[in-house]
Design a protein around this ligand. Structure first.
Ligand code: DX5
Ligand code: ZN
Length: 220
């Protein structure tokens, strides 16, 4: 089943629970949680203690996207705060295998992430081990940027590799996706659509998520 993972980065934290209800009742399956450290990316967002506070109020799958240097240091905190999927950047560590093993040791899902300039070949050795591959379609760090269409070729490449080798990962695309271009992203082979500003920036958040899900379901 194809999925929507609205990015909390664009939410209004003053009324976060209310906004989360709107996307959950619209049918969003995942909640995309962007953790930024101001080092790996030139922006700081929030950490584990913040999303821990909403774990009890929603059943959505916590799809945590770590934009932090040396992620192995904090896997324990992120899992204990309620992550269901832990996505780390291959560019952020010298030892991706140890990060994968550490995440797996907690029994949660493992996601590996690539920036726009990183080729699929950089993660090829790990493709048989991960549950999800997150393809950035903007430079990570900020919501509201424009999608880089070239990155969609990597989605198609990952789909072909999965078919050829019997891998099981979901392919997620993140950055610059909205109702106007989501079809193009799905047609490339994406399974999980991240959308921040297109959902939380809309006047009617529930409707924006629902409209997006209606399109997503056409590709199931
Ligand atoms: C960017 C983040 C994205 C961001 C997406 O570094 O990884 O998840 O929130 O926001 P939009 O959908 O507005 O591009
Ligand atoms: Zn993200």
């Amino acid at each position: 089943m194809k999925k929507l993972s609205p990015s909390m980065l664009s939410a209004d934290f003053g009324i976060l629970n209310e906004q989360l209800k709107q996307i959950e009742t619209a049918g969003a399956q995942y909640l995309h949680i962007d953790v930024m450290d101001g080092v790996f990316v030139p922006n700081i967002s929030f950490g584990a203690p913040v999303y821990k506070t909403i774990r009890k109020s929603t059943d959505m799958v916590f799809d945590v996207h770590l934009m932090i240097t040396d992620p192995i240091r904090y896997i324990d905190d992120f899992v204990k705060a309620g992550a269901d999927i832990v996505n780390f950047h291959v560019e952020a560590t010298d030892d991706p295998m140890s990060v994968i093993e550490k995440i797996k040791s907690y029994g949660v899902k493992t996601g590996i992430t690539i920036k726009p300039k990183t080729p699929v070949s950089a993660i090829e050795p790990y493709l048989g081990l991960v549950d999800l591959v997150l393809v950035m379609t903007v430079e990570p760090g900020f919501g509201g940027q424009k999608l880089m269409p070239d990155c969609l070729k990597k989605v198609t490449e990952l789909k072909e590799l999965r078919d050829k080798n019997g891998y099981k990962y979901e392919i997620e695309a993140d950055g610059g996706i909205g109702a106007g271009n989501v079809r193009e992203v799905l047609e490339a082979g994406t399974d999980v659509i991240v959308a921040g500003s297109a959902v939380f920036g809309a006047e009617d958040i529930h409707k924006a998520a629902k409209d997006m899900l209606d399109i997503i379901r056409e590709y199931d």
